[in-house]
Ligand binder design. Sequence first.
Ligand code: C5P
Length: 231
Amino acid sequence: MKQRHPSVPVITVDGPSGSGKGTVCRLLARSVGWNLLDSGALYRLVGLAARNHGVDMDNHPALEVLAGHLDVQFQTGGDEGDLRIVLEGEDVTQSVRTEEVGALASRVAAVGAVRDALLARQRAFRVLPGLVADGRDMGTVVFPDAELKVFLTASAEERAARRYRQLIATGDAVSLPRLVSDIEARDRRDTERAVAPLRPAADAVELDTTGMGITEVFDHLMRFARERGLA
Ligand code: C5P
């Protein structure tokens, strides 16, 4: 059985949408050979399940039930070790990444009971040899004893431009000004919510990635990890 124990090392990477967390966490996890938790995907899945089941965003008890009983599988496979996400038997790998589902995620994420229902599921990813955890409250709430906590930021304009390139590449029709205002609205919801608001942990290393390419961000994270004897 895999060991799940507080002594399993964790690197948390928190920050707003488009700060480069997702890509850099994948690279980091692959490079050190650790497990990866994409916590945003869990909130997105609750948002998607709510939409599929016609559950209203104000129906908090029903959202809590959905979060507590998510029937989801994360399947790794393929040459790239790509991740497939299967929700209630349906492959939702693509649909879970859309802007629409991101907006639903940030609404369900403001519900305290949903966050509580997802806590144990997130902590279950902490297995040997270690975990890279990507999210908003990884260092503050979910893994407060993490060995390394990083908080990534970047200007809203740069984050929208990165997102724009990603969405265009996948064939999504989007407008850049609309993305900037959506990102600003999502930031406001994430930072101003009463439960687990987006903020750096007191002991987090903060890195502003505006103007940096992904390799540069990755190099900084690897350096932080090496300085702590984690890589
Ligand atoms: O990171 P991603 O864009 O996939 O996250 C979608 C939404 O889920 C975020 O805007 C945020 O509201 C929420 N979230 C959260 N806590 C996390 C991860 C994501 O509140 N740890």
